[in-house]
Write a protein that binds this ligand. Structure first.
Ligand SMILES: Nc1ncnc2c1ncn2[C@@H]1O[C@H](COP(=O)(O)OP(=O)(O)OP(=O)(O)O)[C@@H](O)[C@H]1O
Length: 307
């Protein structure tokens, strides 16, 4: 059996005469959380819909849990879970009855999640008898997640899962997603525009731009590929200093020697996914190569921090 939950080779898609995916190759290892990032219109939702079997493709091969989503049957569908960006059906149904109905639908295909247990797992026990239309945004996303989980999927697709949630609900939701992966081993492919969310949750990042994979790897590997530098801040001669360095330990040693052995208010921050992503997209838009310059530039003089 393939160790990859998802594999695509040369995946291409056109809407009429407009080509929106140009030979996308993906390899998503089973058990990982992978975040698909990219600007609006990059082709993320189209890719997800093809992998979910909701949309055909124009060319290329696709394997999801070992089958082609275009031809796979209901048994395969019960092994995947889908949480769409928006869906507005069943507004008058109550949360508990909706999950019970889904449970009955999935039961013939295996060990469907009991509706009561699932309500508890996503923290919606108090909303069991609440009509879906009056749920808050955060409760609604939890219910969407519960609906995606009912068949105990091996692979879960999340399209902008925490969009519109307040910071506390967002954090709770992210913890729930991380727990599903950690405790139940669910492979997760998610799209998000929240780079902190991607950095927090994802084992691996895929950046799509203009329907092509621009970069793929762990946050650390992408940062290294882009030649991103850590940011070092300290106080020297009563002034706050800030400098970026590829070798922060060497920089700190030099500052320490200058300051007589101690460095005041020292902070070191590695480049964030946001720094890397923005640099990557800017370079791509400027038509530059992704590789950082081979030549090692001398570190610029430290600047003073803006207050
Ligand atoms: N049903 C459709 N018919 C025609 N064009 C479409 C259709 N769906 C998407 N597109 C086009 O395909 C391209 C990719 O859209 P897609 O929704 O996959 O991007 P996305 O990366 O998910 O964007 P966003 O971040 O805004 O959700 C866009 O140019 C979009 O206008």
């Amino acid at each position: 059996m393939s160790a990859h939950a998802v594999r695509t080779e040369g995946l291409s898609m056109s809407y009429g005469d407009k080509q929106v995916l140009h030979g996308v190759d993906l390899a998503i290892p089973a058990g990982e959380i992978v975040a698909l990032l990219g600007p609006n219109g990059a082709g993320k939702t189209t890719t997800m819909e093809i992998l979910e079997g909701f949309r055909g493709r124009s060319a290329g091969s696709v394997s999801v849990l070992g089958e082609d989503p275009q031809t796979a049957g209901e048994a395969w569908r019960s092994r995947i879970g889908v949480v769409l960006q928006h869906w507005e059906d069943h507004a008058n149904w109550r949360v508990g009855e909706f999950l019970r109905l889904l449970h009955d639908h999935y039961r013939p295909f295996g060990d469907a999640w009991d509706a009561e247990e699932l309500l508890a797992a996503v923290g919606l026990e108090s909303q069991r008898d609440t009509p879906i239309k009056v749920l808050s945004g955060g409760q609604r996303r939890r219910m969407d997640l519960a609906a995606g989980l009912i068949g105990r999927p091996e692979l879960l697709f999340l399209d902008e899962p925490s969009n519109g949630l307040d910071p506390v609900s967002r954090r709770d939701f992210q913890e729930l997603v991380a727990k599903l992966n950690r405790d139940l081993g669910v492979t997760i492919l998610m799209t998000t525009h929240d780079l902190h969310e991607a950095e927090r949750l994802a084992d691996r990042i895929v950046v799509l731009i203009g329907g092509r994979v621009l970069a793929e790897g762990t946050v650390a590997a992408l940062s290294e590929e882009m030649g991103e530098r850590a940011e070092v801040r300290w106080t020297e001669d009563g002034r706050r200093r800030i400098e970026r360095s590829a070798d922060p330990l060497d920089l700190i040693d030099r500052v320490r020697a200058r300051c007589g052995g101690t460095v005041a208010d020292l902070e070191v921050r590695r480049s964030s996914l946001e720094d890397t992503y923005l640099a990557m997209v800017a370079r791509a838009l400027a038509g530059e190569t992704l590789r950082a310059d081979e030549e090692d530039e001398a570190d610029p003089a430290p600047s003073e921090e803006r207050r």
